[in-house]
Design a binder for this molecule. Structure first.
Ligand code: HEC
Length: 106
């Protein structure tokens, strides 16, 4: 439930910051594609394009049971073999990429 509130909030954030006010670009599609681009640049290396590559012990994201806020914690602050992305990605980018990993689930 909480994650859908977050996703809705993110959609609103993007809709507001977009120059296009037609409203047609609002909604999950741009959120997912921006998150995917961030994922492909920063995360694919270890987690793989489908989330289950497992390089150097990278967690299988298809089987993650973390909520989006918990994923944001791990991505922001790191955990064991997983680097911290604080200072590398913005808070908004971390939110986008955490939301994107939800789409990788089995
Ligand atoms: C250097 C390899 C590496 C990269 C790059 C990397 N990760 Fe990880 N990731 C790991 C490892 C290793 C773990 C397991 C950490 C542990 O054992 O506590 C992990 C764990 C995670 C988890 C926790 C999953 C769970 O259910 O416990 C998430 C979420 C995650 N990574 C997302 C990402 C995202 C998003 C990115 C890109 C911004 C990323 N990772 C980039 C190696 C990596």
């Amino acid at each position: 439930m909480r994650k859908w509130i977050l996703v809705a909030g993110l959609g609103a954030l993007i809709a507001c910051s977009s120059a296009d006010d037609s409203g047609e670009n609002a909604g999950p599609a741009p959120v997912i594609s921006r998150g995917e681009a961030i994922y492909n640049q920063n995360c694919k290396l270890c987690h793989g394009s489908r989330g289950n590559l497992g390089v150097s012990g990278a967690f299988n994201l298809r089987q993650s049971t973390l909520t989006v806020p918990e994923k944001i914690q791990v991505i922001t602050n790191g955990r064991n073999g997983m680097a911290a992305y604080k200072g590398i990605l913005s808070d908004e980018e971390i939110l986008l990429v955490a939301t994107y990993t939800e789409s990788l689930h089995d």
